[in-house]
Design a binder for this molecule. Structure first.
Ligand code: AMP
Length: 138
């Protein structure tokens, strides 16, 4: 098992390795948002994806773009998902433009697996903007 140090909170935890494809849990919080079971501040909604504000923003503007297809992590995506993945990125860029945060730049992040900090196992694209963003990320 991989020992992961969460620098932001100074704790170490053991992360079980993933075997792909990861079993998709339909009770995850984003699946529940897609089903309308819990509320979200929705920025965009179409046939293939939804964008909404992150409930715990890490930047003045922080929203998520999620597919409507049940994909747990980026590593679970297949070639059949290629156009969907492109659509998520174009939607991320378009929503950033609509919010007026595109010109100053934004950070697009996909945490791929628990070892990379993923906590919700429904694929999602983070868009962060509105402050200086350091590189490399923590
Ligand atoms: P990750 O750590 O990459 O899996 O990101 C999951 C993100 O989902 C975190 O930034 C959380 O703040 C966010 N999140 C969790 N629950 C909700 C929710 N109900 N509505 C909006 N964002 C959420």
């Amino acid at each position: 098992m991989k020992r992961l140090t969460l620098h932001a909170v100074g704790v170490t935890r053991v992360v079980p390795p993933h075997k792909y494809p990861l079993t998709y849990d339909p009770t995850n919080v984003f699946a529940r948002i897609l089903r309308g079971e819990i509320p979200a501040k929705v920025l965009h909604d179409d046939e293939h994806c939804m964008a909404f504000y992150d409930v715990t923003p890490q930047a003045p503007t922080h929203f998520l773009v999620i597919p409507k297809r049940a994909i747990a992590t980026l590593s679970d995506a297949t070639t059949a998902d290629e156009s969907l993945l492109g659509h998520l990125l174009v939607t991320a860029a378009n929503v950033a433009k609509q919010l007026g945060v595109a010109e100053d730049g934004s950070r697009i992040v996909i945490n791929n697996g628990a070892g990379a900090g993923q906590t919700v196992f429904h694929l999602h694209v983070h868009v962060l903007a509105g402050r200086d963003l350091a590189w490399p990320p923590g």
